[in-house]
Design a binder for this molecule. Sequence first.
Ligand code: MG
Length: 380
Amino acid sequence: MEQLAVLGVTGSIGRQTLAVARQLELGVSAIGARRPSNELLEIAKAYPDSKVAVASVDERDRGDFAAAVGSERVSFGPEALTEIAAEPGQIVMNSIVGVAGLPVTLAAARAGNRIALANKESMVAAGSLVREAVSQGGGNLIPVDSEHSAIFQCLVGEPSPAKIMLTASGGPFRGLKREDLAGVTPEQALRHPNWDMGKRISIDSATLANKALEVLEAAALFQLEYDQVEVIVHPESVVHSMVVFADGSIKAQLGPADMRLPIAYALTYPHRFPGIIPEFAFVGTAFHFEPPDLETFPALALGFAAGRAGGTSPAVFNAADEVAVDAFLSGQLDFLGIADVISQTLEKTESQQIRSIDDVMRADTEARRIARSFIRNRLR
Ligand code: MG
């Protein structure tokens, strides 16, 4: 049976992937994370036959970590994760956060592996490169993001859709207005009503930058124009997204807000296994839908604008948002400043055509520099 490599194993999706793999009795050949940690050590001990990759590590910590894990199975350095991803004949779960996950996606794709993609930045920043690498390698890529998994599931056996509708919970500040959000703290923004997620994605859900990234990801994954992508707020998070066909028929994928389902589907597609999530109870459930509030949450409109600009603009959007979210979490930027930083950074950069990963990385570095300087000026 195929083996599974889980890269980004210490995060929320990584840990849930290990749980799903246990349910599916799927062997874990390798695990990886960007930094060494007690959690990584614990997981390494629980999977004694797996290889362990750590991307960045202090020289001083290397020896201690290697000794604790077992030096013969651990590898360090920026290439450690991509080397694991490049080994053929395995499923690669890429749940690394941020654009750092892109080289992993490309390496897994070139090797012809199945990629369970939970790193949305790969498609956002370099969708055309990823698609090219997947078709060259002859493997496949199954999205793990709940919305994209929903659309993927709706499209199995179907022609390309007239339109897709990405659902959004609206985040913890749904219904509030701009003036209510000026003094919001990281603690308030981290409290998501329906999903239990990592820090960056939780803040991104509060600003709707996450939905903007999902719009960019969906357009790249399913090769759609931006006029074919609609966002609709659905506070219950039961309808995970919808697809509208040329004849007007609509398909939706529904279920409890539980990431184990899209994870399992990505690992086992086209098969489905029982017992992954609890049964959904329809009786007593009401569904609501409303338009997104673009005035209060301008990041969503900025995402569409970056997508329409094309080229490196989506990568710039992502980089500026990563920097802004870090600054917000460390108290250097106010909540409303996050969208301002994205907007200013997009304004100050010109969209370039993407020919290689270097074009993406250059745009990413430049966008981070501009975003940081904007944050410094705002502090004064
Ligand atoms: Mg999502």
